[in-house]
Design a protein around this ligand. Structure first.
Ligand SMILES: *Cc1c(COP(=O)(O)O)cnc(C)c1O
Length: 403
């Protein structure tokens, strides 16, 4: 939809939003009318450098032409069928994903939090099926983020902020250990523990990569105790960190992986992947979803993943990410630049992250603020050094204005 075609102004759209929508987001003050590559455009044609990338979704660029073509093509054949007949996009995507990341089986969902629900359910049922009804506890990390539905929220190790406040009691069976501290996880393991669940790089929790020692230690611990290692790769997956999957950085493999965000090319889709042995626990009727595996979402995802692989965008993320982080380190008041590939966090000493975000917006750069002093950037993986320089300039002006 375009404003000129429907005869409305951007002010009218903002006012309708404020009047009728339940608003839980701090909005940028513009109407995004079009998108292309690394840019969003408002109704006046102003270009904004999209370094939040629809929150790590638009990895092959906004409206990647191959993705657009795949969606249009699929809409002409079937939009939705549910999972009773076989469908072509599901089958092709399943093979592509499983063969690319070295997993046996996939189950489709519609979003990240749903993928995590499926992962939690699978781990619990695996515990019950293989060890008995008491084996259902899952240890996750403090400051983790796993989503906004009850299972994922309960897995999220942030118990004293807006995510959980007002919604308690959480689902029982979760405990939270310190990220990157193997002993802290070891201390929480009991006879009831069936799984450990982490993000390889904590995204919302400040952009903190797991150390190799920590991840290897968790793998050994899980093997020793017959527990499953669960990776939430919803943000880190599909090239973001400089490898196709972030687990590849660590030389270990998780037992179940959840994915969403970048895999869909902008269509809502999520999934879990696992081994044949663990997959068996989801027998007939054990889990299901009306839209999970929707043909349009799967066709979009198939085009998106092929594009990410064909154009070696993980390698670009590695190379450009390194350059970008070096440039960001030259900003005023920087305490630390963290991340892997193009999952980038900049922590300032005293400068307020929300103010930096607002200032950057005035300079036509879109970012997100996470925590008091940290901004996160997850641009499309197609960006160039020149676009990084533009982003650093926009941030420099914003930060300087706040000193
Ligand atoms: C975004 C995100 C989720 C939740 O995904 P939704 O699609 O928003 O439900 C879960 N885990 C991580 C690591 C994420 O970044």
């Amino acid at each position: 939809m375009r404003l000129d075609k429907i005869g409305k102004t951007s002010e009218e759209i903002k006012n309708l939003t404020k009047k009728y929508m339940i608003e839980t987001y701090e909005r940028y003050d513009f109407v995004a009318e079009r998108a292309e590559g690394a840019y969003l455009y408002d109704e006046n044609g102003n270009a904004y450098l999209d370094f939040y990338g629809g929150v790590a979704v638009n990895s092959a660029g906004n409206r990647n032409p191959k993705v657009v073509a795949a969606i249009k093509d699929q809409v002409d054949d079937i939009i939705h069928t549910f999972n009773y007949p076989y469908t072509i996009p599901q089958a092709l995507l399943a093979e592509l994903i499983c063969e690319t990341i070295g997993m046996d089986k996939i189950f489709y969902q519609n979003s990240g939090t749903e993928a995590n629900e499926a992962m939690i359910k699978m781990a619990r049922k695996y515990g019950v099926d293989n060890y008995g009804p008491e084996r259902y506890e899952i240890i996750t990390a403090i400051n983790s983020f796993h989503g906004r539905t009850y299972g994922s929220m309960s897995a999220t190790g942030q118990t004293d902020n807006a995510i959980q406040i007002g919604f308690k009691p959480m689902l029982p069976g979760f405990s939270y250990a310190e990220f990157n501290n193997l002993d802290s996880f070891k201390e929480l393991v009991t006879d009831k523990t069936i799984a450990i669940m982490i993000e390889p790089v904590q995204g919302e929790g400040g952009v903190v990569p797991a150390t190799e020692e920590f991840v290897k230690g968790l793998r050994e611990l899980c093997d020793e105790k017959g527990m499953l290692l669960l990776f939430d790769e919803i943000q880190t997956g599909w090239g973001r960190t400089g490898k196709v999957m972030a687990f590849e950085h660590y030389g270990v493999k998780p037992d179940i992986i959840s994915m969403a965000k970048a895999m869909g090319g902008g269509m809502p889709i999520g999934a879990i992947c696992t081994t044949d042995k663990i997959a068996k626990t989801f027998n007939m009727g054990a889990h299901g979803s009306t839209y999970g595996g929707n043909p349009v979402a799967c066709a979009s995802s198939y085009a998106q993943i092929n594009e990410l692989l064909d154009r070696k965008l993980a390698e670009n993320a590695e190379k450009i990410g390194k350059y970008f982080r070096e440039q960001l380190a030259t900003l005023p008041d920087v305490k630390e630049v963290r991340g892997k590939g193009l999952l980038v966090g900049v922590e300032f000493n005293n400068t307020d992250a929300k103010e930096v975000k607002r200032g950057a917006f005035k300079n036509k750069l879109l970012t997100t603020a996470i925590g008091g002093h940290t901004i996160r950037m997850v641009p499309p993986l197609i960006i160039t050094e020149k676009e990084c320089d533009m982003a650093v300039d926009a941030l420099r002006k914003a930060v300087e204005a706040l000193q």
